[in-house]
Design a binder for this molecule. Sequence first.
Ligand code: COA
Length: 374
Amino acid sequence: MSDLGYSPGLEGVVAGTSAVSRIDLDRNRLIIRGYDLVDLTHCSFEEVAHLLLCGVLPDSIQLDAFNSQLRAERSLPTEVIALMRRAPGQAHPMALLRTAVSALGLHDPEAGDNTPEANLRKSIRLLAKIPLVVAYGHHLAAGQDPVQARAELDHAANLLYMISGTEPAPEEAEAMKVSQILYAEHGYNASAFAARVTASTLSDMHAAVTTAIGTLAGPLHGGANEQAMAMLLEIGGPEGAERWVLEALAAKKKIMGFGHREYKDGDSRVPSMVAVADRLAARTGEATWVETAGVVAAVMIREKGIFPNVDFPSAYAYYMMGIPIPLYTPIFVASRVAGWAAHVMEQGEGNRLIRPEHLYTGPEGRKVVPLAER
Ligand code: COA
């Protein structure tokens, strides 16, 4: 950080306060509203979403009510489906999701109402509808009819079901549930911060979530899970993995799914997600990706001291579940929207416009020459 308080990428800058989550670097833990995230992986995704949106783990009556609200919102306006149908088939699902969430705002009856009560209802609607956008978009782009949501399936199982069209095995539903919990919230990350910036102008929930989706899409943030799997496929298997990584590092390439702004000794979410991937590999008997990933991680730690982040095991876990790669980041959104919405609502409490300073590096004192003389 410079004497003027400037830090590129805002590294080390405290940009606000939050009671939603914190990274405990001393114990290498992510704490969500006071709970250790690893402990929360034993809850349902819906319990964790309730914790994020309402501030408390629900009792069984609250959970039933929350589940009913979520399931009642599992539909999309016909206008949004029509919009998605007209999207170019080659559009990336994240671009389609960003557009569809913005369009959901056009049709939300409380779009411009920023009261806490309306914001909570809109959060629940977005949490329920985003999985449908992800899955419908996938099928519509392939010229297929979307798979309808099934009311008896929970958030994670229904997401998998709507994507694949077949009811997931219990192990797969559990894997997706844990992945959704691990992805749900992570402090002042780029997309949550972007959502807060938008909310701080008193813009609305859909605008803030649309902002966040655009921010998450980049490969330095959520887009890394897709890039990580593309890399593993290019490596092809454990045999050539060490040489591939060494050559990539020698060429100064970034290894996607590695490194983190906050964690320098390993991402606290990784062990839980690695365990999920290991269980999926044991179930299918296909160890290629677990073994390849193991070699890549070992070489990265040995050569650079850089550890995998959660996007790395998520990538090959999703691959083992047969999920198309372009859906990995949208699936991240289906969970992270709970964290974003919690931040947007928190930003609304005692809001102050987020408007930082910058150091001007451009020229001074230029004279405007009339157009005809330039
Ligand atoms: N592969 C290779 N080198 C990496 C690396 C990676 N994934 N991540 C960081 N490094 C190197 C940088 O090249 C830099 O080296 P240098 O000092 O020789 O220039 C050093 O480690 C510090 O990296 P830096 O980019 O300054 O760290 P950061 O805190 O700004 O960036 C990330 C964090 C996440 C953007 C970065 O690690 C990255 O790009 N990772 C890959 C994308 C990814 O997985 N994103 C998901 C994050 S959850």
